[in-house]
Design a protein around this ligand. Structure first.
Ligand SMILES: Nc1nc2c(ncn2[C@@H]2O[C@H](COP(=O)(O)OP(=O)(O)OP(=O)(O)O)[C@@H](O)[C@H]2O)c(=O)[nH]1
Ligand SMILES: [Mg+2]
Length: 597
């Protein structure tokens, strides 16, 4: 088992190793009302002459590390400077004044190391007293809470023995931070100063009622306001159990040692966590400063990892084209929309023989349908442009020059890509407005199909009669129906179909040639549009793939690597330095803490 003194030495080394980050280490924190005697008590416990004698209030945390020595002289250091005992009060006062300036208190601690004969191995923190009236009360409370909150802190609550305990805010604060009271030791100070015997008896009973290692303790630091003297203190405390500064000095190391043991796993966890965090940061930043190539390759990886997906937009555009491609957002159905359009756009051309009328109408129809497609493609390019604009991630760790060069290069590249994409889309649309193969549609299956619309079917059905499938016979003056044989039924049906087609054909022939042309144009427009829509969608997808996806890859894989101005920014350099330091310190701390058994 490591001795208490060795544990404290190890913790002290942990504390001094750990310069770049803070660890919460076990310590004894003294809290109480203003002028309750905190600094006087710590002066006696540590041998450091706190400025209390000069009637100066404590204005910032004062952390004192004392350690035992068997031979003198006693050594006192603040930071790197060694001081004589007689210089300490002035030095602490000066440092306090410097730190506080215009504010009531400062949260920055003054840390003093003292080693000498008669000292114990302790870490003691003196804090400003709780103010009840003046401004600054909240700041003090906050500072106190911050120090007593960690499990590592042993709390010494100082209350003047003569004061009513109900009014002691220090007791309440300690209870809030340590509800089970397992790390709070109550000290009743100024046990020489009572207004009545009843008050003294009351204070004695508080002391006597306590038991166990955290029983309350009575002290007198300035007997009758004079300099401390052990004999004088004992004289006043005669008959009081658990009393005297010397006894307290003996009790504290055990209590602090317990705090160390209880908190060792937590301390090790803190060190591990900080080490892990430092390792992670260093692996992000790299151990050494990166050269131009490495910086660009690192950025290439970062940029490559950014999500870039235009599928949603292209899919929406394709679906919109499929859904509204023929008739836009109009409420009409495909067929009435195109019929009305042809009716509307058809103009008789006096100079064209009737059979050749219609080419112009056909082209005008295509023109109108392309106007329906244009905004759908425009929406797609708009969305793509927006995605490209927002594509570059936040680039960290590089110089401002490189950052702006990268942004400029990407913007220029985006402009080029967008110009090309828009040109490709326009070309794709234009191609669909001019269809030189109209005749192909006019003579192919579409023509035949659309010459015999649904009314042919209706004509056939209405021609079917009862005697199509059966014949009547008269027997015993009664008329009965007998089914025809299958061949006879087929022959009947065939005749009906022939009749219907002939009569419809003659009807179609009878309608004038222009009417026939209109029917054909409607059929042609529909057939052409169906095919064009598919070509347009294919062209659109190909343009997005070839111009945008490939263009982006090209920028990342080639253009990016030739951008100039690649160097790290100052912040990255200092971050790396900082985390390398933390890493080293935490590795050392981990080794030190592993030495505690
Ligand atoms: N009679 C008597 N006076 C004491 C005793 N301890 C301290 N005093 C006096 O009480 C006054 C305040 O003492 P400090 O030690 O400065 O009190 P503090 O709690 O540190 O005060 P702040 O830092 O202002 O909160 C000083 O004048 C001390 O001389 C004691 O045991 N008996
Ligand atoms: Mg004080």
């Amino acid at each position: 088992m490591t001795s208490f003194s060795d544990k404290l030495t190890i913790l002290e080394r942990v504390r001094s190793t750990c310069k770049s980050t803070q660890l919460t280490l076990p310590q004894i924190v003294v809290i109480g009302d203003q002028s309750s005697g905190k600094s006087s008590l710590l002066s006696e416990l540590s041998g450091i002459p706190f400025p209390e004698a000069a009637k100066i209030c404590t204005k910032c945390p004062i952390v004192v590390h004392t350690s035992k020595a068997t031979v003198g002289p006693n050594i006192y250091t603040i930071g790197e400077t060694t001081f004589k005992h007689s210089e300490l009060t002035k030095e602490i006062t000066l440092r306090q004044q410097k730190m506080v300036k215009d504010t009531k208190i400062s949260t920055t601690p003054i840390t003093i190391h003292a080693k000498g004969v008669g000292m114990e191995d302790l870490v003691l923190v003196d804090l400003p007293g709780i103010i009840h009236t003046n401004g600054g009360k909240d700041d003090v409370l906050q500072l106190i809470k911050q120090f007593i909150k960690p499990e590592q802190s042993l709390i010494l609550t100082i209350t003047e023995a003569t004061r009513d305990e109900e009014t002691a805010l220090a007791l309440q604060l300690a209870e809030d931070a340590d509800p089970s009271g397992e790390r709070t030791l109550r000290i009743l100070s100024k046990f020489d100063k009572f207004d009545s015997q009843a008050k003294r008896a009351e204070a004695i009973s508080i002391i006597q009622e306590g038991s166990g290692e955290l029983r309350p303790h009575a002290v007198i630091c300035r007997p009758n306001g004079n300099k401390y003297e052990s004999s004088s203190e004992l004289l006043h405390l005669n008959g009081v159990e658990h009393q005297g500064i010397q006894t307290l000095k003996g009790r504290l190391p055990t209590l602090l040692s317990k705090r160390i043991d209880v908190n060792l796993p937590e301390l090790k966890r803190q060190v591990r966590e900080k080490l892990q965090n430092a390792n992670e940061r260093i692996s992000e930043l790299g151990k050494n400063e990166l050269n131009t190539g490495q910086i660009l390759i690192r950025l290439q990886k970062v940029i490559n990892d950014v999500d870039f997906d235009l599928c949603g937009f292209t899919r929406t555009a394709a679906a919109t084209l499929r859904k509204h491609g023929m008739y836009g957002k109009s409420k009409k159905t495909n067929s009435t929309f195109v019929e009305d359009m042809v009716e509307d756009l058809y103009r008789h051309d006096l100079f064209t023989p009737p059979f050749f009328q219609g080419k112009e109408t056909f082209n005008k129809c295509l023109q109108q349908i392309v106007e329906i497609w244009t905004p759908i493609l425009q929406m797609l390019t708009k969305n793509i442009h927006k995605t490209l604009k927002e594509f570059l991630p936040e680039l960290t760790g590089i110089s401002r020059v490189l950052k702006s060069n990268i942004t400029d290069s990407w913007e220029t590249h985006c402009r080029t890509m967008m110009n090309e994409l828009e040109a490709r889309m326009t070309a794709a649309l234009k191609k669909e407005t001019k269809h030189s193969t109209m005749n192909h549609y006019l003579t192919a299956k579409y023509e035949n199909y659309f010459q015999y619309p649904s009314n042919v079917k209706q004509t056939i059905l209405s021609a079917v009669k009862k005697d199509t499938f059966a014949f009547s016979v008269e027997k015993n003056n009664e008329r009965k129906w007998k089914p025809r044989d299958l061949d006879s039924q087929k022959a009947f049906l065939s005749r009906i179909i022939d009749d219907a087609l002939e009569s419809y054909g003659s009807l179609f022939d009878k309608s004038n040639l222009e009417e026939q042309r209109k029917v054909m144009i409607v059929a042609t427009v529909k057939a052409n549009t169906t095919v064009s829509l598919k070509t347009l969608t294919d062209n659109m997808m190909a343009a997005v793939n070839e111009v945008i996806y490939d263009g982006k890859e090209h920028w990342i894989n080639t253009i990016l690597l030739f951008i100039e101005g690649a160097s790290e920014d100052e912040f990255t350099k200092s971050e790396r330095k900082k985390y390398l330091k933390i890493q080293k310190e935490m590795e050392e701390c981990a080794t030190l803490l592993n030495g505690i058994k």
